[in-house]
Every structure is written in C-alpha cells, then in structure tokens.
Design a protein around this ligand. Structure first.
Ligand code: SF4
Length: 493
C-alpha cells in the first residue's frame, strides 16, 4: 500500500510557518509523504490564523472549496489546526462537517494519532488543550529552507494588548531552556544552515519563566559562539522590555544581524495607553536612537495599526510624526480589526471604515516616501547577500537573482563577473555593490565582488531540505522538497 500523501496550507505569522514545519515532520515520522504535483492529496491540513476578522471568512471559504473532493473520496482527510481552531473549536465541525480532525495550538503533536482515530472510528475527532502539553520543539520538523531556519525560544505571551487575541489562543509565555535552543541551532548549522531566526511572541521577556531577565541578551551572545552560524535574526521584540543589554549584545556579537523589527502600533501616547502597550512614543524613539548609536547601519521595521477605537486625527498625526522621525526601512501597516473576545472590541468610538481607509492610504504614502529615501542612501554601499530561493529566482528579463542583505533588505543582483565560481545558487553567499534603491528593495547591477559556494547551496542544488528531530537531536535525515506540500499566506504580528 502506498504511503498517504499530505499537504499543509499555512495562514498567518512566522510562528505558524514554523509550526507547519513541525506538523510536516510529525506526519513524515508517521509515514506520510509530501504530496507531489496537482493531484488531490490524501490529507490536507489547514494551519490557521485568527489575528484578523477576515481570517475566519477565509478559512470557511477555503474549507468549502475542498468539500467536493472530500465527499467524493472517503479515504481523504481534512484537518484544521492553529489559532482559529483553538478559538472556534466545535464550531468548525458544525459549519464544515466534512472536516475530520480539529486540533489546537497546544497539541500539534497529536495530529497523527487523531487522524488515525478518525479513520478507525469513522468519526470526526476534536482535541483542544487549554495549555501547552509539550513544547513544539520536541517534535520533528521538515524544514522549509536549506540555508535559513526558525528556532522557537518561547511560545505564548504574558502581555495583554487590548487589540490582540494571541494570549487567549497561545496561552501564557513558556520559555525553552537556552541549552535546548542552542542544541537546535548547532544541529541546523551542522546541516549547512547559515542563518537562524529566534522566534517568540515577545522575545525580550525570554527567561521570565526561569527568572533570568538578561537571558535574551545572553542567548544572542551564545549564538555568537556557534561555529559556522553566519547570521542571527529574531522576531518579535516588544519596546517595553527592550533593554540596553540586548542592544549591546546585538552590536558586540558579529553574527547577529543589524536588523530590528520593533512593533510601534501607534505614535499616539493616548492610544498606546488604550492599547496597554506600556511604553510611550518618546521611549520608543529613544530605543531607535540607542540602536543607531551603536549600529548606524541597522535597518528598522515595524507594525502599525490605523483606526484603533477612538483614534482622532490628532492621534493619527502623532503616528505620522513618529514615522517621520523613525526612518523605518519598512512597515507592516494594518487597519484595526475588531476581534471578539478582546477588550478593544468593546470600546466605544469604533472608527468608520472610510475614515480608516483614508488614513491608511496617507500612512502608506508617507512610509513609502521614507523607505525610498532610506534605500536611495544605500546606493554605493557594499553588501553581503545570502542568495534566496523563491526570491532567488532567475529573472528572465534581467537575469537577476535575489538575496537578503545582513540588514534584512531584499536585493536583486546580477550573478555576473569573474568572481562567479561555476554558478550562483540559492544558499550561496555573494558580495556586491548597490546601484539603485527602490522603496521595497535594492538593485545591484554591477559584477560580483565575491562568490562563496556553501554547503547550503550544495543542498539546494541537490534538492535537499533539512529534517530536524526534537530535543535530544538524533542524526539528521534529508528529504526531497515537494512543491505541493506546504503553502503559506502571511501576516506580521
Ligand atoms: S500584540 Fe504581541 S505583545 Fe501584545 S498581546 Fe499580542 S502577541 Fe503579546
């Protein structure tokens, strides 16, 4: 009997993208194989997001699309997990009775067992836990990339931002021990991975659970000692807890990238209070000043919400003022989305959609202008790029490839010149000079200054992606990527 095939469709943030790698690893450990090509897989898993209102509509719409296949094929299964499953629970089976399994954010590892039970009992299975059973990082992971890896350092969040549904769906913050984090980082590097991104809802408060307020800065420095690890990134920090020891660790640890994603949400102190963000605009800007003092080349990005309940034109002007001063390289901008169950949903003064839309357009216009000015200032700068898959495609018209600079910027470059060693592959590292700055990317059309072939580049060329085991890492095994197995639809939190 041939192995059952699976496909995972991921919605939402980096946490979900990484959780989907764990789900893929667990399914492959149970004998499933990634679906190939366009055929209907034996199993479709939806890893959902609940951060915005339209997330619900999107999921139920998509579940409707797979209904005909599911009803026509009794052997096929459909599973729904992630934040929306944690929120809606049995309602998913009521609204989509062709779904076989519903599982939550705290029990990723139970998916294979629930699928088996649903098939054996010919009955839909639902399992939602109120708190974390096992840390997801104890599960095997089928990694998406051969050169960059996500490493969870914590799950959940202890903050109570009034617009945010995450704490009620992902629970209180739980921290992994530094030793486990470093063991996973070392295992990834041993497989050729050059870059890791440390993941947490709020990485600054890492260590709160084991009583070490300086744990995050120490972890960054410890990553600095991992041989072969060339780039360390992290997401998401929180301005309230962003301390000097972290800024110094970033500046003094060579492999920590000078890139910072620092959510602002609003520039209005009155609204920051309403949002329960426990910092004010002056503090926020002072952090950026401190970062630029010791890392003048740092690229700073952010998240901003427009139209939070009660937002006046004056509040919005305060946000525009901070954007002018902050010189963000990029900003994820959102129109406020009322989420049932969050305190902000009960607030008076919900802003009319037309007003929100008009302000949103003004904010984007200003941020584009600021980002473009920052990019233009980089013309002539020498940059080191990690050549990226997907973004690293060969552009038929320009013959450019793409990669990420150390500050996180996307650079389209000409893979040409005497420095090229045979051919440039995703996963390799090149150096070049910026020749043009656009609002959301840079261009480097000159010849390469250097080209370093890497083990990651070899793995990409051989079509290999790492698979890591859980804590207590065993020997790595490589599997062939299959285009159909995991699809992602992002948002930033
Ligand atoms: S916005 Fe971020 S910090 Fe605030 S509650 Fe949500 S996850 Fe936590």
């Amino acid at each position: 009997m041939s192995a059952r095939t699976y496909q995972i469709r991921t919605f939402g943030c980096q946490m979900n993208v990484h959780d989907s790698e764990r789900l893929a690893g667990s399914l492959e450990e149970s004998g499933y194989v990634p679906a190939e090509g366009d055929g209907t897989p034996d199993l479709i898993v939806f890893n959902t997001c609940a951060v915005r209102e339209n997330a619900d509509n999107k999921l139920y719409g998509t579940l409707g699309q797979v209904r005909p296949d599911r009803l026509a094929n009794p052997d096929m299964q459909v599973a729904v997990g992630g934040c929306l499953a944690q929120k809606d629970r049995g309602e998913i089976l009521a609204r989509a009775p062709w779904v076989d399994v519903v599982f939550g954010t705290h029990n990723l590892g139970s998916l294979p067992t629930l699928l088996e039970r649903a098939r054996h009992n010919a009955e839909a299975q639902i399992e939602i836990l109120e708190s974390l059973e096992t840390f997801p990082s104890t599960l095997p992971a089928r990694r998406e990339s051969a050169y960059a890896g996500w490493v969870s350092i914590s799950v959940g969040c202890n903050n109570t931002c009034t617009f945010c549904i995450v704490p009620s769906l992902r629970g209180k913050e739980r921290d992994r021990r530094p030793g486990e984090v470093l063991a996973e980082v070392e295992a990834l590097v041993a497989e050729g991975v050059l870059e890791v991104t440390l993941l947490g809802q709020n990485v600054n408060s890492y260590g709160a659970e084991f009583g070490d307020k300086l744990a995050f800065g120490k972890l960054l420095r410890a990553c600095g000692a991992v041989d072969g690890l060339e780039r360390v990134r992290f997401t998401s920090p929180h301005p309230a807890a962003f301390s000097d020891d972290v800024i110094e660790a970033m500046a003094e640890t060579p492999n920590v990238c000078h890139q910072l994603h620092m959510p602002l949400q609003s520039g209005s102190d009155r609204l920051l209070k309403e949002m329960r963000r426990s910092y004010r605009s002056a503090r926020y800007l002072s952090i950026l000043d401190r970062v630029r003092e010791v890392m003048p080349d740092a690229a700073i990005t952010t998240d901003i919400i427009v139209g939070f309940p009660g937002e006046t034109e004056a509040d919005f002007q305060a946000t525009l003022d901070v954007v002018r001063q902050a010189r963000f390289a990029n900003a994820f901008t959102f129109q406020y989305s009322k989420r049932a169950g969050t305190p902000a949903a009960e607030l008076d003064g919900q802003v009319p959609k037309a007003v929100v839309q008009e302000r949103y357009e003004r904010l984007i216009e200003l941020q584009e202008e600021m980002a473009w000015r920052e990019s233009k200032n980089l013309v002539g700068r020498k940059v080191e790029l990690l050549v990226a898959t997907g973004e690293g495609r060969k552009d038929a018209a320009t013959h450019r490839m793409s990669g990420r600079a150390r500050d996180g910027r996307l650079v389209h470059f000409a893979p040409a010149g005497a420095a090229v060693d045979r051919s440039v592959r995703p996963g390799d590292v090149v150096e070049t000079v910026v020749t043009y700055g656009a609002p959301h990317h840079l261009v480097a059309d000159g010849v390469l200054l250097s080209h370093r072939r890497t083990k990651a580049g070899d793995n990409v060329e051989a079509g290999l992606r790492p698979k890591t085991n859980g804590v207590g890492l065993g020997l790595p095994s490589f599997g062939a990527p299959s285009p159909g197995s995991v699809t992602t639809e992002g948002c930033a939190l």
